[in-house]
Design a protein around this ligand. Structure first.
Ligand SMILES: Nc1ncnc2c1ncn2[C@@H]1O[C@H](COP(=O)(O)OP(=O)(O)OP(=O)(O)O)[C@@H](O)[C@H]1O
Ligand SMILES: [Mg+2]
Length: 245
């Protein structure tokens, strides 16, 4: 579905991604693990057309998408949930959700949009209860859910999730990951960027480890979870101790 070949990106003179090659197959959840500043968000920005690459190729559905505008990429079905949630804080929950389908405002019928909304509220019942609340007054977890809900309104075929669990309490994190699994079951392919490597690798099929802009390791998630390097660098203390005992 997505094939990235030798992607290089820089900010000014500083190279941030070097020859990054990876792929995502239809129906998969693929996790990208990496420490702060390793280039994860940059990679997603390039995939969604917000940042230009220096070299390399991005193929989505057999089609080269480098150089396309962000709105063209969204139309093809590649939709990003940004890291800093970027909601319209003074608008209500339902207004934010409706805006998610903005690119389809001319092509989708009212009833279809309504149906999409209904599906989103089924996935996030808490948002239904808070339809008329201003987005800026939602809790962190609710804002994250709204951000995902809004992205789903664009009917992604490939959803790019940047740190969906950032700053959330463990219980809410669990809920977010449950929703990620539900979205996959509903047919959405997911590329997940996470610092919470343990939770991410547990729900995903495969993973890649990014270090200083390079992919240094890849494999099935179950393999990565048992990999010495991954355990040392990314898995929580508690998990390590359990392992070492
Ligand atoms: N707009 C920018 N201008 C200059 N440098 C940038 C810009 N955005 C990111 N960088 C740099 O590029 C590198 C990779 O940043 P990026 O945000 O992709 O990392 P990340 O893996 O997402 O990190 P985090 O886990 O902290 O979110 C960092 O060194 C960062 O300082
Ligand atoms: Mg980031």
């Amino acid at each position: 579905m997505l094939r990235v070949k030798n992607l290089s990106v820089s900010y000014g003179k500083i190279k941030v991604l070097r020859q990054v090659t990876f792929h995502v197959k239809p129906g998969e959840i693929v996790t990208l693990v990496g420490s702060n500043g390793s280039g994860k968000s940059t990679l997603l920005s390039v995939l969604s057309g917000l940042k230009k690459e220096l070299g390399g190729e991005i193929i989505f559905d057999q089609r080269r998408i480098n150089g396309l505008r962000p709105d063209q990429i969204v139309r093809l079905g590649v939709v990003q949930v940004p890291e800093a949630r970027q909601l319209f804080n003074s608008m209500t929950v339902e207004e934010n959700i409706a805006l998610g389908a903005y690119i389809h405002r001319k092509t989708a019928s009212k009833s279809e949009l309504k149906e999409r909304e209904e599906r989103v509220y089924e996935l996030f019942p808490v948002l239904r209860e808070r339809k008329t609340q201003q987005a800026g007054t939602l809790s962190g977890g609710e804002q994250q859910m709204l951000s995902i809900a809004r992205a789903l309104m664009a009917r992604p075929r490939l959803l790019l999730l940047d740190e969906p669990s950032l700053g959330l309490a463990p219980l809410v994190v669990r809920e977010i990951f449950k929703i990620i699994e539900e979205m996959r079951e509903a047919g959405t392919t997911i590329l997940l960027v996470e610092q919470n490597a343990l939770a991410a690798l547990r729900v995903s099929d495969r993973g890649y480890v990014l270090e200083s802009g390079k992919i240094i390791l890849s494999g099935d998630s179950s393999e990565l979870l048992e990999n010495e390097e991954v355990r040392r660098a990314f898995l929580g203390k508690e998990y390590r101790e359990k392992w070492e005992r």
